[in-house]
Design a protein around this ligand. Sequence first.
Ligand code: MF3
Ligand code: CO
Length: 250
Amino acid sequence: MITLKTADEVHHMREAGRIVAKVIRVLGESVVPGKTTLLDLDRLGHDTILAEGGTPSFLGYRGYPNAICLSINEMVVHGIPDGRVVQEGDILDVDVGVCIKGYHADACYTFPIGAISPAAQRLLNVTRESLNQGLAKAKPGNRVGDISAAIQKYVESHRYGIVRELVGHGIGREIHEEPSVPNYGKAGTGPKLKPGMTFCVEPMVNEGTHKVRELADGWTVVTADGKLSAHYEHTILITETGYDILTRED
Ligand code: MF3
Ligand code: CO
């Protein structure tokens, strides 16, 4: 069932979303290449969420062991923070979920660490723009498939692989609710968008094959060919005329 949120519910999700955006920004700003570890970032993220009055949505979710998901280079999503040092030239996906008064928001951003290769920069640019292309279809009367198709078309026109095994999702009282929001598919298909719907749009784009595999830790998803992957995500609300991004600071 797809739930439509009340103004009060949206209010809590917006507050959670403000904290999500702040944490992503703070973590991005705090990386010192060659010095900062992924666990340093996880701890700072966790502390910042608590200091803002939220709780980390991911910690304990299906047994996930940390507050933040940090996925470097060929990692697609769900990287578990460890003692690895972030290096100049890396691309780092910072994925954050926060809960306020029982309501969640979820977003991510892939940061370039110092100077990165032109190829990596192109991947970041196309992935970010693919999120915008999808969001441009987010309005009442359109369908989920309109968002999916716009993302797939844009990504594939740049000859990158769009990940299929993982998808965007409704969000609210649960971190994952209906509907599924795939990043591939046919325009004109899927649930109709209505004011009050809240969901995450989150294209994962691979430099090479769209295929992925999971590491033995049971969480980390990597590209099947070891090439780079990027990921951007926002939680949005469908409004009367379009959409509103809930995961922003202002
Ligand atoms: N941000 C992820 C998503 O959009 C959620 C991470 S799942 C967790 O689905 F288990 F790592 F928390
Ligand atoms: Co998500």
